[in-house]
Design a protein around this ligand. Structure first.
Ligand SMILES: Cc1cc2nc3c(=O)[nH]c(=O)nc-3n(C[C@H](O)[C@H](O)[C@H](O)COP(=O)(O)OP(=O)(O)OC[C@H]3O[C@@H](n4cnc5c(N)ncnc54)[C@H](O)[C@@H]3O)c2cc1C
Length: 460
């Protein structure tokens, strides 16, 4: 029965329906995090909105679980599922820049790199994340943190409209004037409300920035963290800097004497006038001379893809996250204790600032409620070797357990594994009830549940 219907679905699609017997099944079911090895019944590679509508209708009518794959980068592997249907948006890669209106219409299968490539040609940028291979869809729906957060806000703060295929197969627009409740929920509520097929973003006139990493010896961590904590609190919006514990990779552009050394660092991004950058950085450079300083003028797409070669698809990743308001000296000591014990070369800890412009948007203005947190902390155990899964997982858990008592409650959903309803509730705080209401209106049967799930109310 299903086979006959499946054939009909395939005939109606412009894209390809991939099933377990197909040669491209194994490659198509891979996600970025190599810890996941899910086996869906079928993957609908959607070429356009009509394909998405057909796939949603088919899955609903046949009671199939749905996973939505944008860029497939999700920490928890939520772009893929076992048994059900994967709606794979990766063929939908159009980006249409309107230089007069300073907007970009972006199809849902784009990576951050696709967006940067298209907008940079016009001297503009969409604020997004730090690896160009990440999907714009999942990143945006979760919030979107990156090098331009303090200057421009989260990615959702530049979102003007989204086109969405709902659970009933209808396609609607969500914006400040149409389906306002849906627009509110999409900005931070993840993939809970439907399949977004395109995003309209406001563009920012940012093209070349003064940016890059500065590294210090791990023994200087306390001084660097304390200085960073105080500096970033009241720094001008033009400067963004995320703190990291890391191991120096053994290759260019890093000098040989630093190879494989554990260090601490800050990755800067200055969006002010380039001619003033050197002067601006004088106090940063002089508080403690860095062991390595790679900060200089760089085009936005190059900055946003700087770390791509280190992190190819298929590595093992274990993520733990929290929001943080204050970084006490006690917390700093614990950070140093765990951060200096990175278990593998690629494991790291980042503190992303979310003050500046991101904090000026009201806590209730979008679903993303943690506007008054100072940082999004993420601890990631990473390694190519599946045999090291336990080592990286245990390190991340122990690190997180030590620091969690100093956190603000909740975590950025895009930095979380599947950690249960309480964590999701804590993340959305006062916005959780409203999210349930909107979920119940747009997806009463929870057709879209392979995500950081907000369950619809049973009362309807
Ligand atoms: C190497 C790396 C670097 C990262 N850096 C950053 C960073 O700098 N800043 C940051 O904010 N985040 C960052 N992230 C986290 C990233 O935002 C999340 O992993 C995000 O989920 C990725 O989106 P995706 O489209 O690639 O994911 P997918 O795995 O394809 O999907 C993730 C989730 O979003 C939903 N979804 C995807 N597309 C749609 C759609 N079109 N409509 C409805 N629902 C959809 C899916 O249902 C799923 O639940 C990073 C992740 C990695 C692996």
């Amino acid at each position: 029965m299903l086979t006959e219907q499946t054939t009909q679905l395939q005939t109606g699609l412009r894209g390809k329906l991939i099933q377990p017997e197909d040669a491209d099944y194994d490659i198509s079911r891979k996600v970025y995090n190599g810890m996941f090895d899910k086996r869906p019944s079928m993957i609908a590679r959607c070429a356009d909105v009509a394909d998405v509508i057909a796939a949603v209708n088919f899955a609903r009518e046949n009671n199939l679980l749905i996973a939505i794959k944008g860029g497939g980068h999700n920490a928890a592997g939520l772009g893929m599922c076992d048994n059900g249907m994967v709606i794979d948006l990766s063929p939908m890669k159009g980006v249409y820049v309107n230089p007069k209106k300073k907007t970009a219409l972006v199809q849902a299968g784009c990576t951050l790199g696709d967006v940067d490539h298209a907008t940079h040609a016009f001297g503009m940028a969409v604020p997004s994340g730090i690896n160009s291979t990440t999907g714009i869809s999942g990143l945006t729906l979760g919030g979107g943190l990156g090098h331009l957060t303090r200057k421009c806000g989260l990615t959702i703060d530049s979102l003007l409209e989204a086109d969405v295929v709902l659970a009933d197969g209808s396609c609607v627009r969500a914006s400040a004037t149409e389906n306002k409740d849906l627009f509110w929920a999409l900005r931070g509520g993840g993939g809970n409300f439907g399949v977004v097929t395109s995003f309209l973003f406001k563009l920012h006139p940012i093209s070349t920035v003064y940016a890059g990493p500065m590294l210090w010896d791990i023994s200087d961590s306390k001084e660097v963290m304390q200085w960073y904590r105080d500096y970033i609190k009241d720094a001008p919006d033009d400067i963004n800097g995320f703190f990291a514990f890391l191991t120096v990779p053994p290759g260019e552009p890093f000098p040989e004497h630093l190879h494989l050394k554990k260090m601490c660092g800050i990755v800067w991004c200055y969006t002010g006038p380039l001619k003033e950058a050197e002067e601006f950085f004088k106090p940063i450079r002089s508080f403690k001379t860095p062991a390595l300083d790679l900060v200089g003028p760089i085009p936005v797409p190059a900055l946003q893809s700087m770390f791509d070669p280190l992190y190819p698809p298929g590595l093992q990743w274990y993520w733990k996250a929290d929001f943080v308001n204050e970084l006490s000296d006690e917390a700093i000591d614990l950070h140093i204790m765990h951060g200096s014990q990175l278990p593998t070369m690629l494991s790291t800890m980042h503190l992303y600032p979310i003050n500046g412009e991101a904090s000026r948007i009201g806590k209730k203005a979008t679903a993303w409620s943690s506007r008054n947190a100072t940082w999004a902390e993420v601890i990631v155990g990473v390694d190519p070797e599946p045999a090291n899964k336990d080592i990286i997982t245990n390190w991340a858990k122990e690190y997180w357990n030590a620091l969690h008592p100093y956190s603000a409650g909740g975590a950025y959903i895009n930095f979380m594994m599947e950690e249960g309803e309480d964590r999701i509730k804590a993340t959305y705080g006062d916005n959780y009830k409203k999210l349930i209401k909107i979920k119940t209106k747009y997806d009463p049967k929870n057709l879209f549940k392979v995500n950081q799930n907000i369950k619809p109310s049973q009362k309807g």
